[in-house]
Design a binder for this molecule. Sequence first.
Ligand code: HEM
Length: 145
Amino acid sequence: MDFIINHYEFGQRPSVTLPSPEFLEKLTEEGIRKMVSDHYDLLSHSEVKHLFPRIDEALDKAKQRSSDFFIQICGGHPYYNENRGKPLLAKRHSPFAITPKDRIVWLKCYISVLSKLDLPEELIQSFWDYLNVFSFWMVNTREES
Ligand code: HEM
């Protein structure tokens, strides 16, 4: 497995390839929801915990929105469009100050979750490649000097 984290210049929005639909087919919706839940649980104890809801109910809603999104972009049911409308994710992240360092913490929490999945390596790789690139779109704040 190659969990590399690309370095991008601030303001870059690299083009993105969606994960293989087989990722969802093999992992199932339930598996995606568990993966996202585990990721949020790690985030809420990480260096970026200040960004995420502290109340359980709010955290559960965040988990649901995020799972809906990943199921949809992996070729599954369009839950996100139904529940929230167009993703426009960079815009939805704009109320939060997300730095390049925050992206790295967010991605490292995903490495930990993805490493534990019982799936063919190439499927995990395809999901990782998507996160590695698309996560840069959410960076909207320069590092403090
Ligand atoms: C590939 C990268 C990412 C994807 C696909 C993604 C996806 C999402 C989605 C679908 C939501 C819910 C939006 C809504 O409907 O309200 C969300 C919310 C949020 N994301 Fe991300 N995100 C990514 C990267 C990041 C990064 C790098 C950070 C910061 C470390 C971050 C922080 C947040 C925060 C603070 C929220 C609002 C709280 C919440 O509802 O979870 N995201 N993200």
